[in-house]
Write a protein that binds this ligand. Structure first.
Ligand SMILES: [Fe+2]
Length: 230
């Protein structure tokens, strides 16, 4: 079931004057910095700056070389500041996170996230090539299996396009990545990949980050990112 777009509220910012500027991400401890940065590079981001700092390096990435000197399309990556680390520790202590007496709200939150990677805070990238997206997943699967910096630090999930388009269904059935996918997106003509990692710390418990990578099949007016279907 799709719904019509709502009426647009008036804003002093005109159409075309706004773009997605930057996202600030954090890794948990100084020793996680290099692997977190490497993960973002494997995801296709171009590293433009590394500023070595005693508490962990500060990194700047852009989504493409066109954004090198611009003010948008930027991802910053730095170590969690100490007050935030202490806040996360206090939340964990108060809710007895990870203990047999873990607060029921924590259990329910984890159960929700296990069902749906994008149920809470996450960030999505759009990838222009299905083959490149598949190649990225194969690389991450390999690293998660064989590289000590990534072992146990990555969980990869995916949703394939809803069935109904013969050519898309056949392409995904034959895919080394999506062929075995059992979950379906909230829409058609596109796929979603989710990378859950504790190399980057965010979310309500400060434990991990969910990065999403989408691909939309060309020449489709209605797809997973244009219309959400229930
Ligand atoms: Fe999403």
């Amino acid at each position: 079931m799709a719904t019509a777009a709502p009426e647009i509220a008036h804003s002093p910012i005109s159409d075309g004057s706004l773009s997605m500027g930057h996202l600030a991400l954090h890794y948990g401890s100084p020793e996680d910095g290099p692997a977190a940065a490497r993960l973002l590079e494997i995801a296709g981001l171009a590293q433009t700056q590394v500023l070595p700092l005693p508490g962990g390096s500060f990194y700047r990435f852009v989504v493409s070389s066109r954004h090198f000197g611009r003010g948008d399309g930027i991802i910053y990556l730095s170590c969690l500041p100490e007050p935030q680390r202490k806040l996360i520790a206090a939340i964990h202590e108060a809710l007895q996170v990870g203990t047999p007496d873990e607060h029921q709200a924590v259990r329910d939150y984890r159960a929700m996230m296990a069902q749906d990677f994008e149920a809470s805070f996450h960030f999505g990238f759009l990838v222009n090539s299905l083959e490149e997206l598949e190649s990225m997943v194969l690389t991450l699967w390999d690293l998660a299996e064989n590289d000590t910096a990534f072992k146990g630090r990555l969980t990869i999930g995916m949703n394939r396009a809803r069935r109904g388009d013969e050519a898309i269904d056949a392409r995904l059935d034959a895919s080394p990545v999506f062929g075995k996918a059992t979950r379906y997106a909230y829409g058609s003509a596109g796929v979603q990949v989710f990378v859950e990692t504790d190399l980057i710390r965010a979310g309500q418990l400060g434990e991990n980050m969910y990065l999403e990578f989408d691909y939309v099949f060309p020449d489709k007016d209605s797809h997973i990112l244009s219309v959400v279907e229930i």
